[in-house]
Design a protein around this ligand. Structure first.
Ligand SMILES: [Zn+2]
Length: 431
């Protein structure tokens, strides 16, 4: 078995790994790196050429797979750093794209917006498995911060591979049951390819239930306010958006979703029956002005949920502070960030600018009403102990994160360099 590290081994983003058995190759995720350009959730990627994305290192370099027989592309979940490069790179391979329904439907809507057609068929995988060449592929659902995330299981004659995608071990999510360890225990795991994003953080990541409590408590504290309440989170954080909608109704405010990407992600979740709370959604720029004029005149009746948690200039929250809509903030209005700042210099600068503007407009700001969607150190230890893989390939991180995972494996009795493989982008390893 040969494993190719193609992206996400020197950065957070553009995740892509591939495994080769008997001359057939299976690709695991194909993501984009968002901080290479100022890509916000509402940015139109269609305006940037593939050549340009490649030149700035925003998409993986697939040169090592040239002339290889690629038989499939599997997606672990629907975040852009896992599926964002598919519209540009998948057509280089004549093979199907396999995943659970929510990420595949998101992908289908992205592909529809592409200027040139992407001919790869999409194959939705539910409870069963699919065999392609030497690979038997199945999914084990896991908790993360977007619906229908999965551990990808690839069984081969060389042994089983478990690719974690992104995950946390959360016992209390409303939209996703906890990870089923009984299914994993039955495997004979040769290789674990694992997320490392938060492995350096000790202990366990708090449950989504904690974020729900934080948001609910804060909103009840300001429920008598006659002023505006505007909240923001990640567009794909469907469970959180669902929570904010529920809490808005509890304090007798009408929830309104404003922003193209947020309406796309949430609308799809409503259409698929993942969430049961339809809500007013405003995705088009021209409709936003009319709605926001009304909201400005009746501030105490609404709770706006919108895009721009990273301070992106073209997102709705920044445009609100810049006075681009017939809505203005005034003293006593409230802005809630149910999000963290994705740690890169561009986001920090953009948020500094947004936070300063909010302060100048005398808005009350609540930050970090949020929990992470990534496992901390002890959750990773539990997965390593349960799977007891022969080899571990840390991925999804900068070198310091990969090394932190190697140290954890070392604590668990693994030999770094022999059983724990530290790769850079473009490197491969034969097991
Ligand atoms: Zn993710």
């Amino acid at each position: 078995m040969k494993v190719y590290s193609l992206g996400g081994y020197e950065e957070v983003g553009k995740n892509m790994t591939a495994i080769e058995v008997d001359g057939s190759v299976l690709i695991l995720d194909m993501g984009i790196r968002l901080d290479r350009i100022m890509i916000g959730e509402d940015t139109n990627l269609q305006n940037i050429t593939t050549k340009e994305l490649s030149r700035i290192g925003a998409i993986p370099d697939i040169t090592p797979l040239r002339r290889k027989k690629v038989v499939g592309i599997v997606v672990s979940h629907g975040h852009l750093d896992h599926i964002g490069a598919i519209p540009r790179l998948a057509k280089r391979f004549k093979c199907p794209i396999i995943g659970r329904p929510y990420p595949l439907k998101l992908l289908a809507s992205m592909l529809k917006e592409e200027p040139t057609a992407v001919p790869n068929p999409l194959f939705e995988l539910f409870e069963t498995s699919i065999t392609i060449g030497p690979f038997e592929i199945s999914m084990v659902p896991v908790t993360h911060s977007i619906p229908q995330s999965s551990f990808v299981i690839v069984q081969t004659k060389e042994g089983d591979v478990v690719f974690t995608g992104d995950y946390k071990l959360d016992e209390h999510q409303e939209l996703q049951k906890p990870l089923s360890f009984s299914k994993l225990k039955r495997l004979d795991v040769k290789l674990l390819i694992t997320d490392t994003t938060n492995v350096a953080i000790e202990g366990m990541t708090p449950s989504e239930r904690v974020a729900k409590t934080m948001v609910g408590d804060y909103l009840r504290m300001i429920e008598d306010s006659p002023h505006a309440i505007v909240s923001t989170t990640f567009s794909s954080q469907i469970e959180r958006i669902h929570t904010i909608i529920e809490e808005a109704e509890r304090i007798n405010r009408k929830p309104v979703l404003i922003g193209k990407s947020m309406c796309k992600y949430y609308g799809l979740a409503v259409d698929m029956g993942i969430v049961d709370k339809p809500v007013q959604m405003i995705r088009k720029r021209d409709a936003m002005s009319g709605a926001l004029k009304d909201i400005h005149q009746h501030k105490k009746d609404f709770l706006v949920i919108t895009t721009g948690s990273q301070g992106e200039r073209d997102a709705v929250l920044s445009r609100l502070t810049d006075g681009k809509f017939p809505f203005s903030f005034e003293r006593g209005d409230n802005v809630l960030f149910s999000s963290s700042i994705i740690p890169n210099p561009m986001n920090r600068a953009a948020r500094y600018r947004l936070d300063t503007k909010l302060k100048m407009q005398q808005v009350n700001v609540a930050k970090d009403l949020h929990v992470s969607g990534h496992a901390s150190r002890e959750e990773h230890r539990k997965v390593i102990r349960t799977l007891s893989p022969a080899y571990v390939l840390p991925c999804h991180g900068c070198p310091d994160m990969l090394i932190s995972m190697a140290e954890l494996c070392s604590e668990e009795g693994y030999e770094i360099g022999r059983q724990v493989i530290i790769n850079r982008n473009g490197q491969s390893a034969t097991i």
